[in-house]
Design a protein around this ligand. Structure first.
Ligand code: NAD
Length: 487
């Protein structure tokens, strides 16, 4: 049995209690995780605040911070395979995906390492004589980062890297589901040479998350997860008045016009919905296809979905592995049953696989006769694609925007002017045209509506971890003449 510990103030420790983590491929316990209680949360926040105010961190040049992040990037790259194997074991995310994704996580640390000493202030041409006024961009303070179980290392890196580049300190609460990769990452972070307490990593459930996000010494909360949890976090922020950045769910439209390259669009749709076993916030989970090509496109998708290799997550041949938790599988079953009840039709899949692991097959549901089917509006976080067809561009736009979410959208067309109209009309934080799921540390990522606010990736993400100090300096040596004249 493997044991994973918290990382607080540069020390590894067991929590007050521990909890068991299940291997999603077998449903069996494989590891024990430290479980944060309120005292652990307090200790982690104290450590982060101490580090934030310490001369070792507060007095470090931005260039030196960048160099430490750069070393971290190298160490993540060197240890990517080990981290990938642990993430695969604890979450069921297939090894093909974890190894590629974690190798790329190193690039996020490298990108923000380069930005650390490019955070510039400004000088203002102020409208008063004998005054110099300038703006300093300063780190916002102690950051509470809370992440879900899917792609934990990736979702944590997009918070930790800009926060540390900006000079903040961080307490990261890993998800109670599949936290092992983050607790293992702590061991790598510890080798870099950051001052103690700059990053603290704990795990535990909603109670630990709530204690952390309402903590009076927290200045900013960076959250990825569901909208309902985000509401709790925003309510908590009424206590500490922390700023928030929220990366939430999606029900992203994948729109295919009749002039699209069918084979290319079908491949993008298959990876857009079935990669990560559908447990992806940007999953293209609502296919909107032009009525004239619906049958052809669905036949192509069905053949591709049925050819997908389902198997053990640690096998490089596997294309779809188990869901992370039994809960996810039950949600998928329930949403499908309720959608079939109102007239939706299964094209393929739909029935959970036998056995102990949390397997669910790639599933396609035709909602032509069920426009109110719950599968069209609820996020599954599983390998389930819901399908509608449209007659013209206006209807495609209306259907695309018929959601409370607004994270991502895909548009497949060869018509350049139509592509531009669609880009402008769709309300979502990301629009991919003739591609899907591409991400980069250089490109901002985030949503509209119930998909949240704030951006991860790009310069904007770095600025979210800063605040502005306005400095006024009087340059005259003459005494201030009259105390009651406004200047
Ligand atoms: P979740 O909201 O249940 O949990 C996320 C995290 O919040 C966990 O660490 C959990 O312990 C913590 N938490 C739970 N209750 C809390 C509370 N009251 N206060 C503070 N923290 C609390 O989400 P989940 O089911 O683990 O993850 C799936 C969700 O995450 C989906 O909606 C998915 O779309 C979203 N997601 C979004 C992105 C993105 O970048 N936009 C990426 C991945 C996942």
């Amino acid at each position: 049995m493997q044991i994973f510990q918290h990382y607080i103030g540069g020390q590894f420790s067991d929590g007050a209690t521990q909890f068991e983590s299940l291997d999603p491929a077998t449903g069996q316990v494989w590891a024990l995780m430290a479980n944060a209680c309120e005292d652990d949360v307090n200790a982690a926040v104290q450590a982060a605040q101490g580090a934030f105010l310490s001369p070792e961190w507060a007095g470090m040049t931005a260039t030196a911070r960048g160099k430490l992040l750069s070393t971290l990037a190298d160490l993540v790259a060197e240890n990517a395979q080990r981290l990938a194997e642990i993430e695969t074991r604890d979450t069921g995310k297939i090894i093909r995906e974890t190894s590629a994704q974690i190798a790329y996580v190193a690039e996020y640390f490298r990108y923000f390492a380069g930005l650390a000493d490019k955070i510039e202030g400004a000088h203002l041409p102020i409208d008063k004589p004998d005054m110099e006024v300038w703006l300093r961009r300063e780190p916002v303070g102690v950051v509470a980062a809370v992440v879900p179980w899917n792609s934990q290392l990736f979702l944590s890196a997009v918070k930790i890297a800009p926060a540390l580049a900006a000079g903040c300190t961080v307490v990261l609460k890993a998800s109670e589901d599949g936290p092992a990769p983050m607790l293992e990452f702590a061991k790598i972070f510890d080798q870099v040479g950051f001052p103690k307490g700059v990053l603290n990593i704990i795990t535990g459930g909603p109670d630990a998350g709530a204690a952390l996000t309402r903590h009076p010494k927290v200045d900013h909360v960076a959250f990825t997860g569901g909208a309902e949890t985000a509401r709790h976090i925003v309510r908590n922020s009424a206590e500490n008045l922390a700023t928030t950045s929220l990366e939430l769910g999606g029900k992203s439209p994948f729109i295919v016009f009749d002039d699209a390259d069918i084979e290319s669009a079908a491949n993008a749709q298959v990876s857009g919905i079935f990669a990560a076993t559908g447990q992806s916030c940007v999953a293209g989970s609502r296919l909107l296809v032009h009525a004239s090509i619906k049958d052809e496109f669905l036949a192509c998708l069905k053949a591709k979905a049925e050819a997908i290799v389902i198997g053990a997550p640690d096998d490089m041949a596997t294309e779809v592995g188990p869901l992370c938790t039994m809960r996810q599988r039950e949600t998928a079953k329930d949403l499908i049953a309720r959608s079939l009840d109102v007239g939706a039709k299964l094209v393929t899949g739909g029935v959970a696989l036998e056995g102990d692991g949390f397997y669910f097959p790639p599933t396609i549901i035709d909602c032509a006769n069920a426009p109110d089917a719950p599968c069209l509006s609820n996020e599954f976080f599983g390998p389930v694609l819901s399908v509608l067809s449209f007659e013209d561009e206006a209807e495609a736009i209306e259907m695309a925007n018929d959601t409370e979410f607004g994270l991502a959208a895909g548009v497949f067309t060869q018509n350049l002017t139509r592509a531009h109209r669609m880009i402008n009309a769709i309300r979502s934080g990301i629009v991919w045209v003739n591609t899907y799921r591409a991400v980069s540390p250089i490109a901002p990522f985030g949503g509209y509506g119930l998909s949240g606010h704030g951006r991860e990736g790009g310069l904007q993400a770095l600025l979210d971890y800063t605040t502005i100090k306005t400095v006024w300096l009087r340059t005259s040596d003459d005494p201030i003449p009259d105390p009651f004249i406004m200047r």
